[in-house]
Write a protein that binds this ligand. Structure first.
Ligand code: NAP
Length: 240
C-alpha cells in the first residue's frame, strides 16, 4: 500500500498540524448497499475484503465505529494477520487500534462481545453527557460537541490515523463536514437493492467533498471483489 500520511485536509484549507487523517473503509454491494433490504447481520465481503480491512486497521491508530454497527454486529474488527500484527509490534504500536464507539445515547449494552475483545475502548459521546467517569467497559470518554473539536482532541492525544468503520450514519456525519480524506471501498459481487446505501438517501455532503477524489489504489481481490481507494489532497500516485 502507498503511504497516506499528509498534511492537507480534504477541503481547500490545510489541516492544522496534528489533525487526524480519516479513511472510511466499507464493503459495499455493486449497487452501493451496506446491508440487504431487510437489514440485520450480514457478511458483505469475503477473505479478500477481510485482508484489506485488516491492512487499513494496521495503518490506523484508532477506529471510529457507529453505535448501531456495534449493537448490530456485537463486536468490532480485529487484526488477525500475523504479518500485520508483527508490523505493528516492530513499530512499537499496540496490536490493535483503539476502538472508538460513536454515540449520542451511550446505549451500548454491557453484554456485547465488544467489551470482551482485547482492545482499548473509548467512547465519543455527543452532548448531553452526564459528568463522571467513562461508563463501564470504556477506558476513556470524550465529548462530541463538534466534530472538528473532537478530532482535534483525538489528534492531540496521538490518534493521527483514523479508520472509520461505518455505518452509514457515521459516514454521513463526517461527509457533511468534509472530514473524510480517503474512501476505501471494497466492491462485492452482490446486488442488494433496498435503502441501506453507504450514505443514507437523505445524506448531506459538504460541497467541497462532492468532487476532487483521486484514485490512489485499485486491486482485484479474491472472490470477484475489487478494492478501490480514493483520496482528496496531494497526488500520491496509483498502485494496483
Ligand atoms: N458493509 C460494511 O462495510 C458495513 C460497515 C459498517 C456497518 N455496516 C452496516 O450498516 C448498518 C448500521 O449503519 P447505521 O447507519 O444504521 O448506523 P451507524 O452509523 O453504525 O450508527 C449510528 C449510530 O451512531 C451514533 N452516531 C452516528 N453519527 C453520530 C454523530 N454525528 N454524533 C453522535 N452519534 C452518532 C448514534 O448512536 P446512538 O444511537 O447510540 O446515539 C447513531 O444512532 C448495519 O446494518 C451494519 O451491518 C456495514
Amino acid at each position: 500500500m502507498i503511504a497516506t500520511a499528509g498534511t492537507v485536509s480534504p477541503g481547500s484549507e490545510p489541516a492544522p498540524p496534528g489533525f487526524p487523517q480519516l479513511r472510511l473503509v466499507l464493503a459495499v454491494s455493486l449497487d452501493g448497499r451496506l446491508a440487504p433490504a431487510e437489514g440485520g447481520r450480514f457478511q458483505m465481503g469475503g477473505a479478500g475484503d477481510r485482508r484489506v480491512l485488516e491492512e487499513a486497521m494496521a495503518w490506523a491508530d484508532a477506529a471510529l465505529v457507529g453505535a448501531e454497527t456495534l449493537r448490530g454486529d456485537g463486536s468490532t474488527c480485529l487484526i488477525h494477520g500475523p504479518d500485520l500484527l508483527e508490523q505493528r509490534r516492530q513499530a512499537g504500536r499496540s496490536p490493535q487500534p483503539i476502538a472508538i464507539a460513536v454515540s449520542r445515547s451511550g446505549r451500548l449494552p454491557a453484554d456485547l462481545p465488544f467489551f470482551d475483545q482485547p482492545l482499548e475502548r473509548w467512547l465519543l459521546q455527543a452532548s448531553p453527557v452526564s459528568p463522571g467517569a467513562a461508563p463501564a467497559g470504556f477506558h476513556r470518554r470524550l465529548p462530541l460537541e463538534s466534530w472538528h473539536e473532537a478530532l482535534a482532541v483525538l489528534g492531540a492525544l496521538g490518534q493521527r490515523r483514523l479508520v472509520v468503520l461505518g455505518g452509514a450514519r457515521l459516514a454521513e456525519a463526517l461527509a457533511a463536514e468534509d472530514l473524510l480524506d480517503e474512501l476505501q471501498l471494497t466492491l462485492c459481487p452482490r446486488l442488494l437493492g433496498g435503502v441501506h446505501s453507504w450514505l443514507p438517501p437523505q445524506a448531506r455532503v459538504a460541497p467541497a467533498a462532492r468532487q476532487g477524489w483521486r484514485l490512489v489504489e485499485h486491486r482485484v481481490l479474491p472472490g470477484e471483489e475489487l478494492l478501490l481507494r480514493w483520496r482528496r489532497g496531494p497526488d500520491q500516485g496509483v498502485s494496483s
